[in-house]
Design a protein. Structure first.
Length: 207
């Protein structure tokens, strides 16, 4: 699925369902068919529009099949009919769902989860991006830019401190090595000193 030559991988919204348990969709007749109980048929009834202009296709059975169905209590409860609704754009959602099952999609989503998502989560939960208390796009952009600047500065400080810590550890290690070498040289000199003094005394002593 490409829009403006962009190969998009977008998760479907939370209420999306790729399949309806116990029902199959007959594309030719545009109806859902029950595979259990009384084998009810749910033909297309109407398109229902919400306040935000989102259309839903409504499929509904008649009372005669579902009213006496042995699975009524678990399927429809106290109602006399079964109703299924889905978006008028369901074919597009289905195509995206199939696309997201590919190995490539799963790989890039895993990468996104380890790179992009932690940044967004940190900015939303700790850098005051859950709500923008400004008016206008320009002011909101300033708010987001300041949050991003804060995040990057914190990352830089952590990176710098780690680098300095590594340098300090390296300096301590080299200093300790130098001290050990000097100490070993001192001990060797101290042990060799009496031998040198004895040689000197032997030269000075009379025959």
């Amino acid at each position: 699925m490409r829009i403006k030559n962009i190969d998009a991988y977008i998760p479907n919204f939370g209420q999306y369902k790729s399949e309806r348990e116990g029902f199959v969709y007959n594309e030719e007749l545009d109806q859902f068919e029950c595979t259990r109980g009384n084998k009810a048929i749910l033909p297309f009834r109407l398109i229902k529009w919400s306040h935000d202009k989102h259309g839903m296709r409504v499929y509904r059975s008649n009372n005669s099949k579902c009213k006496d169905c042995p699975l009524r209590s678990t399927c429809i409860g106290k109602s006399d009919f079964k109703k299924i609704e889905h978006s008028i754009h369901k074919p597009l959602y289905d195509a995206m769902y199939e696309k997201l099952q590919t190995p490539y999609a799963k790989r890039i989503f895993k990468k996104r989860g380890s790179t992009v998502e932690p940044v967004l989560g940190t900015m939303l939960n700790f850098l005051n991006l859950k709500r923008v208390n400004t008016r206008g796009i320009k002011q909101a952009n300033k708010h987001v830019m300041m949050a991003a600047l804060t995040y990057n500065l914190k990352k830089l400080l952590k990176f710098t401190s780690k680098k300095i810590k590594a340098q300090v550890i390296e300096l301590i290690a080299s200093t300790q090595k130098s001290i050990r070498n000097n100490f070993c040289y001192f001990i060797q000199s101290f042990i060799a000193m009496p031998v040198f003094l004895l040689k000197c005394d032997h030269k000075k002593s009379p025959l």
